[in-house]
Design a protein around this ligand. Structure first.
Ligand SMILES: C[S@@+](CC[C@H](N)C(=O)[O-])C[C@H]1O[C@@H](n2cnc3c(N)ncnc32)[C@H](O)[C@@H]1O
Length: 266
């Protein structure tokens, strides 16, 4: 199974902390996704790329004892976190799944949820076709994805700082930023009813140091690349990032812009 060029297991613990803490902007994004998904009693819902799996219990409650929730991720360490959070919820099934190649039968699912995951899947055409195939007619695919670098200075400042120190990575984070690209992918996959909502999701921190400690540990491939540098190199990247972030942060406190799409397709 070759799914993703990067294994998120090394950053799983940082995602676990965020799931426990509850960031306001994450709550806004996840809230929009749940509202669009509208899970109903008795339904079968799959969550893909679920990270630390903090929405599993909410989905479990929404579908009730007669429903079924499959909560999944591709990174083994994320799947372990999902399993822990699913304890005590007998209608949750925990699985390691590649979002690009689904193990479900045709028409098996009522809904699919994927929060900030499809950007990292290489073959998006196949991934969306797999979602359409697995959903019953009228079933809902709901996902969130970041808009572009100009709307997401929380990520751009870190990415630019890393780049200035020789860390150049595929800009996967922004690979679904374009509205018409999303619409084209979904239409090709056979979805006929597609709605995109904009979600304003700025990151509010107390200070640059809080921003750095948070984002530089969560940012998947960039976080791993930075962690692999010497302490001196890490300090240099942090100071470059400080200059960029301080130039772009706005009140209240230390806020950096964030804006995403929340998409519903059936
Ligand atoms: C930015 S994190 C989002 C985690 C979670 N959905 C959330 O919003 O808190 C991206 C997640 O996508 C997962 N991922 C990346 N490629 C994947 C793939 N091909 N199939 C399934 N999961 C994947 C990673 O392991 C990681 O947990």
């Amino acid at each position: 199974m070759q799914a993703t060029s990067f294994d998120w297991s090394p950053v799983a613990e940082a995602w676990n902390e965020v799931a426990g803490r509850g960031m306001p902007n994450k709550g806004r994004l996840d809230g929009a996704a749940l509202r669009l998904l509208e899970p109903q009693g008795g339904e079968t819902i799959a969550e893909l790329a679920a990270g630390a799996g903090e929405l599993g219990p909410t989905l479990s409650e929404a579908v009730g004892a007669g429903g079924r929730v499959v909560v999944s991720d591709f990174a083994a360490a994320m799947v372990d976190l999902i399993r822990t959070r699913a304890e005590g919820h007998p209608n949750i099934e925990v699985r390691r799944i590649d979002a690009g190649e689904l193990p479900f039968g045709d028409d098996e699912l009522d809904g699919i949820l994927c929060r900030m995951g499809y950007m990292f899947v290489g073959d998006k055409g196949r991934a969306f076709s797999e979602a359409r195939r697995s959903l019953r007619p009228g079933g809902r695919l709901v996902f969130t994805a970041w808009q572009g670098p100009a709307e997401n200075l929380w990520a751009t400042c870190l990415g630019m700082a890393a780049m200035q120190h020789g860390i150049v990575l595929e800009p996967e984070l922004f690979s679904l930023a374009d509205r018409s690209l999303i619409e084209t992918h979904l239409a090709r996959a056979g979805f006929t009813d597609v709605a995109l909502e904009e979600v304003d999701a700025p990151f509010e921190f107390e200070s640059f140091d809080e921003y750095w400690n948070h984002v530089s540990r969560l940012a998947g491939p960039i976080a791993v690349a930075i962690a692999g540098r010497t302490p001196e190199e890490r300090d240099a990247i942090r100071e470059t990032c400080r200059g960029l972030a301080e130039a772009n942060a706005r009140a209240p406190r230390f806020t950096l812009s964030g804006r995403a799409w929340a998409v519903r397709a059936s």
